[in-house]
Design a protein around this ligand. Sequence first.
Ligand code: URA
Length: 230
Amino acid sequence: MKDLYYILMYNRLGNAKQCKTFIRHGIVKVNDQTVTDPCYQVDDHDRILFDGKKVNSQPFIYIMMNKPKDYICANHDKKEKCVTDLISQKECFCLGRLDKDTTGLLILTNDKSLKKLLLPENHIHKQYYVETRKTLNQENIRQFQEGIIIDKNIRCLPAKMDICDDHHCFVTIEEGKYHQIKKMFLSVGNQVVSLKRITFAAVCLDNTLKEGESRNLTELEKNSLRALCR
Ligand code: URA
């Protein structure tokens, strides 16, 4: 469900203020009824008319990409290859950036309401598959659980480490500090060799996607993210 004025904005009918005003002036109909509440909740199936003309009730893009190495999470860059070079929809942003050498789950969208998910207070869980230079040990599990100190004096929130073998583990964090996983391993005297994001909230990387491939999020995946923004 989305606010009606938000749908008008994404149809480029005006900015937030203008779209709210249009609605209050009674020029918008939803399913043949005039609606004057800008925050009236509409869903993908509602028929919206703006001054008699049909409006796209699904103007939002939600893409899951298996990000390859060597692409940066940006829309334009003079020197680097950008993740948006890999998709046809250019007007979207990355929901949580990954480093140039990180692979895996990247969500791209034009739905700004999802930016809320990036706020640290929302504690959105992200899981990574990590390969390390040195051997992992049980003490690392405890250190991560306790909260690793990075950048000299910043304590990270507790993170969960599941060791797969001497050099591979899954790590789940609930914040998104700059280079966080790499810095956490450096703090315990180890180093990340490769990093792949596996999950973002309830959305899991589709393992049929090869690196560089993408697909639209399913309704279930979209709704799981939207539900966290309420
Ligand atoms: N932590 C990192 O260090 N890099 C990423 O790309 C994501 C999390």
